[in-house]
Structures are given as C-alpha cells and as structure tokens.
Design a protein around this ligand. Structure first.
Ligand code: ATP
Ligand code: MG
Length: 100
C-alpha cells in the first residue's frame, strides 16, 4: 500500500505540474487487462513529453519542466528524483514504468 501510494503520488504530482499552464486541465486514469498482466495508464492534457527522449527522465536529476520557486518550496516537485524512485519502487513490485 505504501509503495503504491508513493507511485501514484509522484506520478499525479507530475501530471499536476505539467498542467499548470494548460487551458484544459484533465487527468485521466484507466486500467487495462492483457492476459495475466495489468496496466495502469495515467494521461494528462499538460505540456506533454517527447517520447524519443522520455527514458532520460527516469535518470536521477534529469528534469525538463520549469517549476516556480513557490511550488518547489512547498515540496511540489523540482528535484528530478521522482521518476527514478517510481521506477525503483515499481521494480520491487514486479512492474514496469514508461511514457507512451
Ligand atoms: N506528466 C508529465 N508531463 C510532462 N512532463 C513530465 C510529466 N511527468 C514527468 N515529466 C518530466 O519528467 C521530469 C522528471 O520528473 P521527476 O518526477 O523525476 O522530477 P520532478 O517532478 O521534476 O521532481 P521531483 O523529484 O520532485 O518529482 C520532469 O521534470 C518533467 O520534465
Ligand atoms: Mg516529480
């Protein structure tokens, strides 16, 4: 439970940060079943990600989004460690994480 909370908290905060300047602010969460495996898809209408470059975002301290000083001060993103941790925790749960 703690691990899944950390995963969703990180990913949803990323979505919220990506939506800051967007006119349409929507986050959609869906789940899908493929045989024995399950998939959770989290989509947002924010700035988006260059899929050719998205693997780099899982490396420590790699970050592209500008976040205001105020949000950083509140701990609402900005260190570039979130996705590194998400992938690490997901690995412990035998899950894979990626952008698509
Ligand atoms: N939903 C998203 N839409 C657009 N870009 C995203 C999204 N999620 C992640 N990113 C990009 O991936 C980068 C790395 O994300 P990551 O969560 O590792 O770091 P962070 O959010 O900047 O800081 P923190 O360590 O506090 O989470 C972000 O800076 C942003 O550029
Ligand atoms: Mg983050």
């Amino acid at each position: 439970m703690a691990e899944w909370t950390a995963i969703f908290q990180n990913v949803l905060l990323n979505a919220a940060n990506a939506l800051i300047d967007a006119r349409k602010k929507v986050v959609k969460i869906s789940s899908h079943r493929h045989g024995n495996s399950r998939q959770v898809l989290i989509q947002d209408t924010g700035v988006g990600v260059d899929l050719d470059d998205s693997e780099a975002l899982f490396k420590p301290f790699v970050r592209r989004l500008k976040i205001s000083k105020e949000r950083k001060a509140l701990g609402l993103g900005g260190t570039g460690l979130g996705l590194t941790i998400v992938r690490m925790i997901a690995g412990h749960l035998d899950c894979k994480v990626r952008f698509r």
